[in-house]
Design a protein around this ligand. Structure first.
Ligand code: TXA
Ligand code: MG
Length: 338
């Protein structure tokens, strides 16, 4: 692949055409979205889906999201489109929102994990939309894509992360530069009597409730509803410990004294940096919750590049996108028990 240009990487029409041909032949194509990179295959091709599961190391029975070029894809994939799903799709697409609806005919069990629902989303990323449109033009149902990381590991937010994680197991990687949002889509289950949020992500709960017009309960880590949202997910090799700002210095001193390579990730301005113990790796602090989301996964990967044993993390305030970041950090720390 070419080196990134000063204005960021560009993806040619030829590359998009090659990616479509690859998908049509049952290949696996990693592509950028605004949330994280996806590992895509033809959602109608059972063999490709089985290979995708094998490459990810993901247990069977975990459903994958079908990505489509526009909202009409929802009508094609759903048995019925409830009012809440329709409103959410209209307000948020293209964007970091997945709606779960009852599935229509013609969707393989490998996509839905054998359940009677399907997750659908239109991503807000120019390369992804070009790919999805070009694939739809060949009659493709949609692109099934989990995040392009091995099962349980940190999601990729740059093409280099995909290559580092999946290496030769992916046929083609489209490099659209770093992902703008940095955490996965919000998943709203609209298949039941009333909607519920299965995963917090790029669209805030407040926004979902504003669009639906009612309170929308969280059903996070609901193993039945969204089996991919397990506790102890999104984890780097370094152990993650969640700490209050005041606890960073004493905890870091104790770990360093025990000869543990230790780092810290905290929002800008919350730590008294000169007072921190020598030898502590202070990762570049994000300013504000949106930037925290944007850099979260690259900082977790950096902890591994620095071969840290322990990363102390001060989560952001759990408002707006901060709620999704705090959720991922709890899972990375293995602190989620439901
Ligand atoms: O932002 C995202 O959503 C990224 C990009 C690539 O679009 N994709 C992503 O996919 O995060 P994945 O497979 O890593 O996570 C998808 C989650 C899983 O927790 C899965 O269980 C849930 O979506 N899911 C998919 N279809 C579902 C369904 N029919 N019912 C319940 N949960 C579903
Ligand atoms: Mg994932």
């Amino acid at each position: 692949m070419h080196a990134p240009s000063p204005t960021g990487p560009t993806v040619s029409d030829d590359e998009v055409a090659a990616a479509v041909a690859c998908l049509s032949q049952g290949g696996l194509v990693a592509f950028p979205t605004e949330t994280v990179y996806g590992l895509g295959c033809d959602a109608a091709n059972r063999d490709a889906l089985r290979r995708l599961y094998a490459v990810k190391g993901r247990p069977a029975g975990h459903p994958v999201i079908v990505h489509v070029a526009e909202g009409t894809g929802l009508d094609r994939l759903a048995a019925t489109v409830p009012d809440a799903a329709r409103r959410l799709a209209r307000a948020c697409w293209p964007g970091p929102l997945t709606v779960v609806v009852r599935r229509g005919p013609g969707i393989p069990d490998e996509v839905t994990g054998g359940r009677d629902t399907v997750g659908v989303r239109v991503p807000d990323q120019p390369v992804a939309l070009r790919l999805l449109r070009a694939f739809a033009a060949t009659g493709g149902l949609g692109i099934a894509a989990p995040s392009a990381n091995r099962f349980g590991r940190v999601s990729p937010t740059a093409a280099a992360d995909v290559r580092a994680d999946l290496d030769g197991d992916v046929d083609l990687v489209l490099d659209g530069g770093p992902c703008a949002v940095g955490v996965e889509s919000t998943i709203v289950d609209c298949s039941g009597d009333s909607p519920a949020i299965l995963r917090l992500g790029g669209v805030t709960r407040e926004r979902v409730e504003g669009i639906v017009g009612t309170a929308v309960p969280l059903r996070l880590g609901d193993a039945h509803a969204a089996p991919g949202t397990l506790p102890s997910h999104y984890a780097p090799a370094a152990r993650i410990e969640l700490v209050e700002p005041d606890a960073v210095a004493p905890r870091a001193s104790a770990l360093l004294a025990a000869r543990r390579r230790t780092g810290v990730l905290a929002p800008a301005g919350v730590l008294d940096v000169p007072a921190l113990p020598r030898g502590l790796d202070v990762l570049d602090p994000p300013a504000g919750v949106d930037e925290y989301a944007h850099v979260l996964y690259s900082r977790l990967r950096e902890a591994d590049r620095r071969a840290l044993d322990v990363l102390l993390v001060v989560p952001p305030a759990a408002v707006g996108l901060g709620a999704a970041v705090a959720d991922r950090l709890r899972r990375a720390a293995g602190a989620v028990t439901s």
